[in-house]
Design a protein around this ligand. Structure first.
Ligand code: BDR
Ligand code: CA
Length: 317
């Protein structure tokens, strides 16, 4: 039976690749793309989601969500993804527009109507926190919530302590991690090193000679330069497609563990840090008063990189 899926995204270049993977997969039916501000301002992210859906010849409904984090000012990542989030190639906006129903309403409606539905989050967790605030019961209707976010090995891409999606709205992330959702956390470190789409992988993708393959490479042109500046790595880093790969094929996660996780919201230095309890000391009576609200999440520690890369390439045929 086809699995039902909601994609929550701050659609920029790697989000777009992940959306294509889902829209092209026979395993899932994407019921909604809900959009949140993050990589770019909300209207741009909505426009990018619509453009990507159109490229896949999909009429999936796109819903506009939160224009800013729960309590903080928005931080965008245009330096990484380009001013339009897609490498500034002048892609023509889709002629479709977003649905009139707000994203939060759509998430709640779909979760209640489709118990067991899956969710993948590719941006700050603002929409999901707002939906859970409004109806906490959806935490039990959603069977899996794969979160691209965090850095369980403490290697941040915004600060030394924090990964972008959690950094932007740590209060929202905290609510979501406390909610009882069945969270699978795909940290930023999984898309680095051998998981970078290197020049050979890019050549294999380009050789497909399809509009989707070209778009996946070209829309990540600014991100490729930014990655080189940020990490010295040559190629395209694809955090959101990593999460989407694990959502579609859980067996791509070769090693995982279930751990209590907390999100730092108070300190400036460690804002948005995902603190993972590896030694299970959270429930120790000396810690209990501070860690009482923490819940466990499944942390993916190891990605089957060759199979995941093949999945990305096959999705663009
Ligand atoms: C995450 O932040 C964004 O730049 C990417 O789209 C991804 O969701 C990586 O830290
Ligand atoms: Ca994203």
């Amino acid at each position: 039976m086809t699995r039902k899926l909601i994609i929550d995204t701050d659609t920029a270049s790697d989000d777009a690749v992940a959306i294509i993977m889902a829209l092209r997969s026979p395993l899932v039916s994407v019921e909604a793309i809900t959009v949140v501000a993050g990589n770019c301002l909300l209207p741009q992210a909505v426009s990018n989601a619509l453009y990507t859906a159109e490229l896949c010849e999909s009429s999936v409904p796109v819903f506009s969500g939160a224009a800013k984090p729960l309590t903080r000012d928005l931080v965008v990542a245009e330096w990484f993804h380009g001013h339009d989030g897609l490498g500034d190639h002048g892609y023509k906006p889709s002629h479709r527009t977003a649905e009139s129903e707000p994203a939060v309403d759509a998430i709640i409606r779909l979760a209640k109507a489709n118990p067991g539905i899956e969710l993948v989050t590719l941006g700050p967790l603002t929409n999901i926190a707002q939906a859970l605030d409004r109806d906490p019961s959806i935490a039990h209707d959603i069977s899996r919530c794969v979160v691209m976010g965090g850095n369980p090995v403490c290697e941040g891409n915004v600060t030394p302590a924090a990964e972008f999606n959690i950094y932007v709205d740590p209060e929202a992330a905290r609510k979501v991690f406390h909610s009882g959702l069945n969270i699978e956390m795909v940290g930023w470190q999984l898309c680095r090193g051998e998981a970078i789409f290197n020049p050979q992988d890019i050549a294999a993708l380009r050789a497909l000679n399809t509009p989707l393959a070209d778009f996946s490479i070209d829309s990540n042109s600014t991100a490729t330069n930014a990655l080189k500046i940020q990490t010295g790595e040559i190629g395209i880093s694809l955090p959101d497609p990593t999460a989407m790969g694990i959502l579609l094929h859980p067996e791509l996660c070769l090693a995982s563990g279930s751990h209590y996780v907390e999100i730092e919201t108070l300190s400036d230095i460690t804002r948005g840090m995902t603190v993972v309890d590896l030694l299970n000391v959270t429930r120790d009576e000396r810690n209990a008063h501070i860690w009482a609200q923490a819940r466990k999440a499944h942390i993916c520690w190891k990605l089957d990189v060759p199979k995941w890369k093949q999945l990305v390439i096959d999705s663009m045929r």
